[in-house]
Design a protein around this ligand. Structure first.
Ligand code: ASP
Length: 303
């Protein structure tokens, strides 16, 4: 289907999570309050409901955390994590696959390499679609869990300085998180080589850009590191750079700085930093479980 009939701003996020643009601050507060509650109290409000995990790209955390979230809430999951073993390998279109899964599932979690995939799915689906990453576009549920992590680590979001470093051009988590942070009183700093700078559509007045982490390390509350999205970079670009957070950086960083990464890391953060209490990337994964539970409860009508 060529025509994208769904306009993301017209669609409530409870019907389909397409972009972070759909979320207001009160929405986010409600989701985070539910996540706080679900982190400590186990209820199973989604008994009898099911989701389909439809992943056209590799995933560890997103797919398994949606799986864990749904089953902890009492629901079930149809896992299609390797579409090559489904009828996709026979040439089935995304639209037909969505129409198939909506017969069996109450919502579909979709990761796809096509930036327009979520909107294509929404345009044919009668059940909620959750964007679990659309090409180099967005990753809205990751951004929600990143924001929740920032709140849990710092107690508040307003007033913070957040530095994002790495592949800001193709990194969909950066795109979503930078947009979400605009709802708050946050200073944003971006550290990237020229070839991987944040696209202008995500920039706002007052943003600061750097090429060297040394210039900002001492004065940031969050460092959000990303890997180079090699699979999305067209051949000719020069990606020969090395953005590693070192123990020397950590020695200069604030005592309450939180080091985050959406993962997978491929060398940007050495494992020697894992025991530093400021390294928040494993806690970030755990928080993601609670946020995805909260989203599923809100979208699938649990108590
Ligand atoms: N897991 C994140 C994503 O799917 C980040 C990454 O792959 O680098 O976008």
């Amino acid at each position: 289907m060529d025509t994208i009939v769904a306009s993301r701003m017209d669609i409530p996020w409870r019907r389909a999570v397409i972009s972070v643009d759909q979320f207001s601050k009160p929405d986010i507060s409600d989701i985070f309050a539910t996540a706080d509650r679900l982190a400590v109290s186990r209820t199973m409000p989604l008994g009898g409901k099911s989701i389909a995990n439809l992943f056209y790209e590799p995933s560890t955390r997103t797919s398994s955390s949606f799986y864990a979230a749904m089953t902890k809430l009492g629901g079930s999951v149809i896992p299609i994590n390797e579409v090559n073993y489904s009828s996709v390998s026979k040439g089935e279109t995304l639209e037909d696959t969505i129409r198939t899964l909506e017969c069996y599932a109450d919502a579909i979690v979709l990761r796809h390499y096509d930036d327009n995939a979520t909107e294509r799915a929404v345009s044919v689906s009668s059940v909620p679609i959750i964007n679990a990453g659309n090409g180099s576009g967005e990753h809205p549920t990751q951004a929600l869990l990143d924001l929740y992590t920032i709140q849990r680590e710092h107690g508040a979001i307003d007033g913070l300085t957040v530095t994002m470093m790495g592949d800001l051009k193709y990194g969909r988590t950066v795109h979503s998180l930078s947009k979400l942070l605009r709802l708050y009183d946050v200073k944003l700093r971006f550290v990237a080589p020229e070839a991987l700078r944040l696209p202008s559509e995500y920039h706002r007045d007052g943003d600061e850009e750097y090429v060297d982490l040394d210039d900002v390390i001492a004065d940031t509350d969050i460092i959000y590191v990303t890997r180079v999205q090699k699979e999305r970079i067209p051949g000719a670009i020069d990606i020969d750079f090395n953005y590693v957070v070192t123990p020397e950086h950590m020695a200069r960083a604030r005592g309450d700085m939180a080091l985050m990464h959406p993962m997978p890391r491929v060398g940007e953060i050495p494992t020697s930093l894992d025991t530093d209490p400021r390294s928040a990337y494993f806690r970030q994964m755990r928080y993601g479980l609670y946020v995805r539970m909260a989203l599923l409860v809100a979208m699938l009508g649990g108590a």
